[in-house]
Write a protein that binds this ligand. Sequence first.
Ligand code: SF4
Length: 325
Amino acid sequence: METSTEGAAEAAGGGVADVDPPVVGEQAASAQDVTVAAEARVAIAPASLSPSRASDFMQCPLLYRFRVIDRLPEKPSEAATRGTLVHAVLERLFDAPAGERTAPQAKSLIPGQWDRLRESRPEVVELFADDPEGERLARWLGEAEQLVERWFSLEDPTRLEPAERELFVEAELDSGLRLRGIIDRVDVAPTGEVRIVDYKTGKAPRPEYAEGALFQMKFYALVVWRLKQVVPRRLQLVYLGSGDVLTYDPVPADLERVERKLLALWEAIRLATETGDWRPRPTKLCGWCDHQAHCPEFGGTPPPYPLPVRAAESGGASQGRMGPD
Ligand code: SF4
């Protein structure tokens, strides 16, 4: 019987490389995956998973622990913050009538969305605290403009009427595991066929890593399937960094495989929570990790692990939801 979290993560399909850096605010939004009652230092076994946290555990169980259980702070990065800004612009562009969804119109939204981001996430201001002349900020905003402009070579928003944007979805599997996440865009054809779209501000992965990139999309497809009893017709990843579009048309067997993988992952996380065995798994992605100072692989010491363990409370919707019916 497999007892190590590392082995269990492998069994769950470890090594998924979702190389886009985490989006600003994502960590806090998903912290309910496993929580620690700060006053009692009690680790609570997991009751739900998001694609990002599932990928964290598959990448490195110790990274998952640092983010979800210890909730160690992470500095905002220019890349992640730019991703958040570009996502906001692409979402808001669809407020305009179809004929006005042009590249200049989209780029004109950037300053206002940057103001809003600074208001809602004041910590991002520190990114440019050492840039009194504003040169780096201007360059960064210019890069955001390029990403927005590239989108128009990949999709035509004048011909799209999204059914949903930035859609929070949550569903409970028969096993009791809750899955949740936020889908960038859902398109529904007149025939009822559903397309799930996700924007990435990084570059498309090499073909050998495409399966890892699609994991998040199959996760969302499984949630939609469970909520609506409809298997999405198409999953579409739009890579603004390289100008590529990756698509996949899932079948039920794909999503059943993802469900089995998530259940194995959930069990591995539960076991790690119980035993405190959160093993580091060093890879080249350690370069993105904010927690090297606490990581034994880099000479650091993790914070004391909270004990004892108790089961997660079952709160939350039992049926899940996907926007208004
Ligand atoms: S530095 Fe690498 S091995 Fe250590 S916690 Fe971060 S991702 Fe894991």
